[in-house]
Design a protein around this ligand. Structure first.
Ligand code: XIL
Length: 322
């Protein structure tokens, strides 16, 4: 039936993408995909510290609110990204001087102002993003450097501001990095033991066409074993990770990529329904992928929609084989 021609109708969990408000406004094809294909949306950038908290005494919710309004109008779930991160921090925070108490006040105020503003509109939040290095050590950052135990404190503060939100720890590249994976599992055990509210793990899933499936499966299995909700929060599958300028996206590569998408979806569909928070793609089409923009890899094709905002064969292969 016509219904079955949408991926969102095949899966039983929310399915979405990260979006940019300017593209939603200006590009009809982009907007239509957000509207017709997905059931959940995440702000790609506009709820991050740098954009939402541009000065010590000023928050700017305009763009985040636009996305939330679009989501409300089109019946989407909203996922919040992200309250605490080492990256995309405004200059005034980098310049901030103060003792531990002053830093704690700064971070608490940030988290609680943003979470309160969006209270009732967000299903969940990435509370802390990318805190661990590959060797499992705590990543140096403004927060790690100035606030002991900042991860636990952040979850506590977020929970106080929005007690109904599902709170996530989000990270990338756990596959093939057992120490990083273990650090995340240890964090979860520690927070649970101390009664700190954490409800979910976000696995970004910025993977490659040849990422090892046994390693991806192990990450998923270990994450599921925590009992927390699991969000594949930023899925994309790179086909030209080394940015070869002569790369050609030939059919062979596209079908290997489709198989990798199938693997990810099938593995996720096997986890208990109660733990399926959903799958979110990072960006709408190959054309607006962050791998092209941010990483300057012009010959990258990591998503389910092509440069003309048309479904790629990988989309149809998911429809046919899931
Ligand atoms: C990226 C955005 O896509 C870019 O537009 C921005 O310039 C940098 O950040 N992990 C995350 C996301 O958690 O917030 C990042 O988003 C991609 C990697």
């Amino acid at each position: 039936s016509a219904q079955d021609t949408y991926l969102k109708n095949i899966v039983k969990f929310p399915l979405g993408a990260s979006v940019n408000p300017r593209m939603l406004n200006e590009n009809e094809a982009y907007r239509n995909i957000a509207k017709e294909e997905w059931t959940s949306l995440t702000a790609e950038n506009h709820m991050k510290m740098m954009l939402i908290h541009p000065a010590a005494d000023r928050f700017d919710f305009t763009k985040g609110d636009e996305i939330v309004a679009f989501a409300a109008k089109t019946g989407k779930r909203m996922h919040g990204h992200t309250l605490v991160w080492h990256n995309q921090v405004p200059q005034w925070m980098k310049d901030f001087q103060g003792d531990q108490q002053a830093w704690e006040e700064l971070l608490k105020n940030h988290i609680q102002t943003v979470a309160s503003h969006y209270k009732g509109k967000m299903a969940g939040w990435d509370v802390v993003n990318e805190s661990f290095l590959d060797d499992g050590s705590l990543r140096p950052s403004l927060w790690a450097d100035h606030i002991p135990d900042y991860i636990a404190k952040s979850f506590q503060w977020a929970h106080e501001a929005d007690p109904d939100a599902i709170l996530f720890y989000n990270d990338y590249g756990q596959d093939g990095k057992p120490k990083k994976m273990q650090a995340i599992l240890d964090l979860v055990s520690d927070l649970k033991r101390r009664g700190i509210p954490i409800h979910g793990l976000g696995l970004q899933m910025h993977i490659n066409v040849d990422s090892k499936r046994n390693e991806l499966q192990e990450v998923l299995d270990k994450s599921v074993a925590t009992g927390l909700k699991i969000h594949l929060s930023e899925l994309d599958i790179a086909v030209n990770p080394k940015n070869n300028p002569d790369f050609v996206y030939e059919e062979k590569v596209a079908s290997a990529q489709a198989e990798q998408f199938n693997f990810v979806f099938k593995s996720y569909m096997m986890i208990p329904a109660a733990q399926q928070y959903g799958i979110t793609f990072w960006n709408i089409s190959d054309k607006d992928s962050w791998l092209r923009g941010y990483f300057k890899r012009p010959k990258e094709y990591p998503l389910l929609f092509d440069d003309d905002y048309k479904r790629k064969p990988a989309y149809n292969s998911l429809l046919n084989y899931l």
